[in-house]
Design a protein around this ligand. Structure first.
Ligand code: CO
Length: 203
């Protein structure tokens, strides 16, 4: 499992709902937490490790010493958004890019945890921001999509250099071709579909 960077196509590929929360999923969750801590993140979504599944991991402080505060959101849905907040935001798939993004201040979220237990939460401020950012990842939406004109101008150079780096890595065959990446994503989706139909409410 590896963190992928913009403009890797997995980041724009809408993720599929998880149909069974089994040991495969729990192993993925554990590896995602490791990658998130290694990179000093507060959240990491499955598309960021090239997995087309609706799940993300999050730690409100990003602190691996406080494992009891780890949170896992499987098939999450934000059912309510209220108010607005503006603040600096970054993304592990866009190293060293921080820009102001406007988000809802309060949200209500529903999801399943790594034991398949349904839960819902009312969250505010930074936690609400993280959940909105990560849920967007599951639908192929990225924080750059919400930049205002100033943030867009300020990030043009950084995005262009990430695009150049990506092409260079593909030429060096460090990264497969986009066609091969899409083939791998579809194979993973088929594997998930074989596990059966979603049980319980499909969110
Ligand atoms: Co992100």
């Amino acid at each position: 499992m590896k963190l992928v960077y913009y403009p890797h196509p997995a980041l724009r590929h809408p993720a599929q709902p998880v149909v069974m929360i089994d040991n495969d999923i729990r192993r993925i969750v554990g590896q995602m937490f490791d990658i998130m801590y290694e990179n000093k993140g507060y959240g990491l979504a499955a598309p960021q490790v090239a997995l087309p599944y609706q799940l993300f991991v999050m730690h409100p402080k990003g602190d691996p010493k406080e494992r009891d505060q780890e949170r896992v959101y499987i098939n999450p849905v934000i059912t309510e958004k209220k108010g607005t907040q503006e603040g600096d935001e970054g993304c592990l798939s866009f190293p060293d890019l921080f820009q102001k993004v406007r988000r809802a201040k309060n949200i209500h979220v529903q999801a399943y945890d790594r034991n398949g237990q349904f839960f819902e939460q009312d969250l505010a401020d930074l936690e609400a921001r993280i959940i909105q950012h990560e849920t967007d990842h599951l639908h192929g939406r990225l924080f750059i999509d919400f930049f205002g004109p100033i943030a867009r101008m300020g990030s043009r150079g950084k995005l262009a250099s990430l695009e150049r780096e990506y092409l260079r890595d593909q030429e060096k065959k460090v990264i497969p071709s986009n066609k091969e990446i899409l083939r791998q994503l579809r194979a993973l989706e088929e594997e998930m579909a074989k596990k059966g139909k979603p049980t319980g409410p499909v969110l």
